[in-house]
Design a protein around this ligand. Structure first.
Ligand SMILES: *Cc1c(COP(=O)(O)O)cnc(C)c1O
Length: 215
């Protein structure tokens, strides 16, 4: 089976400490089940409705990752079950996640998305915006949110050196805050660039097409 073969090849090529998130967006339930049967338990989606439909249709021991831009009015639908939100891109979103986390009595694990690319289409905090949040001590006021680390998407380019520099700078930023903020997750790398991301300390990669084929 292609999906099993792909997963096997990926697991054989990444270090043990690296968590693989299988990005199943647009892919049908039966393909997710194939990956699940191979032992894959972490899946990522980028649209709330699709995420909820898949959560309802599949085994409850799956860890669901929200990796796409999240609208504040939709936070309440995923907070009861979400494992990790990678795409926290504003203070107002963080505040809403905290509010909804409180309502369902859960501590919601999140990553701060940092805009490390030159692409206008990408969301995220700038480095200085996040720095400001920390310096103003704003993170501590959110009792139902736990910031575990950062997520970044490199520029859409063939220039490997540029991609490497973007991952390198996010890793430096991660290392700067790792101990003081008790961070443990650096989510960098997609099918096209995860090998570069792993050279720069990534410990969570988000792979879609290299597992399930192109979309
Ligand atoms: C779609 C997506 C991925 C996976 O992309 P592939 O190129 O298919 O591996 C990873 N991260 C995010 C945020 C995505 O939207």
């Amino acid at each position: 089976m292609k999906i099993h073969k792909n997963l096997d090849a990926i697991f054989n090529s990444i270090p043990n400490n690296v968590k693989l998130v299988a990005v199943s967006k647009t892919k049908p339930i039966n393909q997710i089940k194939l990956a699940y049967d191979f032992g894959q338990k972490d899946f990522g989606e980028n649209k709330v409705q699709e995420l909820i439909n898949k959560y309802n249709s599949l085994n409850k021991d799956i860890k669901w990752h929200m990796i796409g831009h999240l609208q504040r009015n939709k936070v309440k639908f995923i907070v009861p079950f979400i494992h990790l939100i990678h795409s926290v891109d504003s203070y107002r979103l963080l505040k809403e996640i905290n509010k909804q986390g409180f309502k369902c009595n859960r501590l919601i694990n999140v990553l701060i998305q940092i805009d490390i690319s030159n692409d206008n289409s990408k969301f995220g905090f700038s480095y200085s915006e996040f720095e400001e949040l920390v310096n103003k001590n704003e993170l501590n006021s959110f009792k139902n949110v736990c910031v575990k680390g950062f997520m970044g998407m490199a520029s859409f380019t063939d220039n490997q050196k540029k991609i490497g520099l973007e991952f390198k700078s996010l890793n430096n930023f991660y290392l700067k805050y790792k101990s003081s903020l008790k961070l443990d997750t650096l989510s960098m790398g997609m099918s096209g660039d995860y090998k570069i991301a792993l050279e720069h300390n990534s410990n969570m990669i988000r792979l879609g097409s290299s597992i399930f084929g192109s979309r």
